[in-house]
Design a protein around this ligand. Sequence first.
Ligand code: HEM
Length: 154
Amino acid sequence: MGTFLADYYLWTKSLHVISVLAWMAGLFYLPRLFVYHAEVVKTGTETDTLFQTMERRLLRAIMNPAMIATWIFGLALVFTPGIVDWSMLWPWTKAASVIAMTAFHMWLAARRKDFAAGTNSRAGRTYRMMNELPTLLMLVIVFSAVAKWNFWDF
Ligand code: HEM
């Protein structure tokens, strides 16, 4: 298994980055849709139904599969021999941030259900603020995965 993963390392990493791009696109866009949905759209109107459809499709057709693919290829990279050195700082900051990113995804999925049920109670401002979270996590993840920072870097 280790040899197989090592042989396909660069292909796995490419697929990981492609999945990440699709997941991130959704993580940035869905809270934006929620901002407009909460601030402008009246419950029970045609526009409300249109927003619900866009949100459901974005989550089910793009974000859920992209998140699963990111995890599968990411874990395949973790199990590739010689790639992750757990005595360094970067795998830990990356792991903490991807778990937080996954929790953020689940939070968005729960909010989508609120909009679908017509029970959203959060203001557009909340979604505007939450929209910054994936950006912050992305910075930590990319500095971890690419620059591979360590304790003695600082
Ligand atoms: C969801 C769970 C994830 C796991 C288990 C995971 C794990 C990994 C591992 C082990 C590597 C290989 C590092 C190397 O080749 O040196 C990697 C590469 C990478 N990951 Fe992730 N990752 C995950 C999510 C993410 C997310 C959410 C992002 C972006 C926001 C991301 C961005 C990257 C990038 C850009 C690389 C390429 C690094 C390079 O080759 O320089 N990953 N990932």
